[in-house]
Design a protein around this ligand. Structure first.
Ligand SMILES: [Ca+2]
Length: 162
């Protein structure tokens, strides 16, 4: 639990490029699309990595005014490590979380779309230190402020090395 909390505080918004217009209208349940994960080789406890997503939401209620607030009761971007065996580990549950910033421009049409790049700190590690490398993907989804869950996307494969 302590890990998750400190992790969320460490994440930072790297790039936000939203675009707003009167058309088209989207579903009020958010949708996301995987764009990229970089770099493809992650040195454990040493490499910061970046996940880029495209998002759209018909009523634009994504993120909160203060993404770093510790008063928030839940994260709104969930990224799950798909390596087999994660669930059996006592110290790592495979769940990475992020608090989206407020992506809704005020006074605009509520339909929003754009791209966001999320920076994840250098905390990735092999599950088994005897492995020379481990390949993995992540499954990602987001929630809007009404709790609507988006579709899930799977990232490209990355490799964790010692
Ligand atoms: Ca929504």
């Amino acid at each position: 639990m302590a890990f998750r909390t400190s992790y969320s505080l460490l994440t930072t918004l790297v790039l936000l490029a939203g675009c707003v217009g009167n058309e088209p209208r989207f579903s009020t349940t958010p949708e996301i699309e995987f764009v990229s994960i970089e770099p493809k080789v992650i040195k454990e406890y040493a490499t910061t990595f970046y996940v880029k997503l495209r998002y759209k939401d018909g009523d634009g209620n994504l993120g909160y005014e203060d993404e770093f607030s510790t008063l928030r009761d839940s994260a709104d971007l969930i990224m799950f490590d798909n390596r087999p065996g994660v669930a059996a580990l006592p110290e790592y549950d495979g769940r990475w979380t992020y608090n989206l910033p407020n992506l809704t421009p005020s006074g605009k049409n509520p339909s929003i779309q754009g791209e966001i790049t999320v920076e994840f700190p250098a905390l990735m590690a092999r599950l088994d230190p005897l492995n020379t490398e481990e390949k993995l993907t992540f499954t990602i989804w987001i929630y809007d402020r009404d709790g609507n869950r988006s579709n899930s996307v799977v990232t490209d494969e990355v490799t964790v090395v010692p």
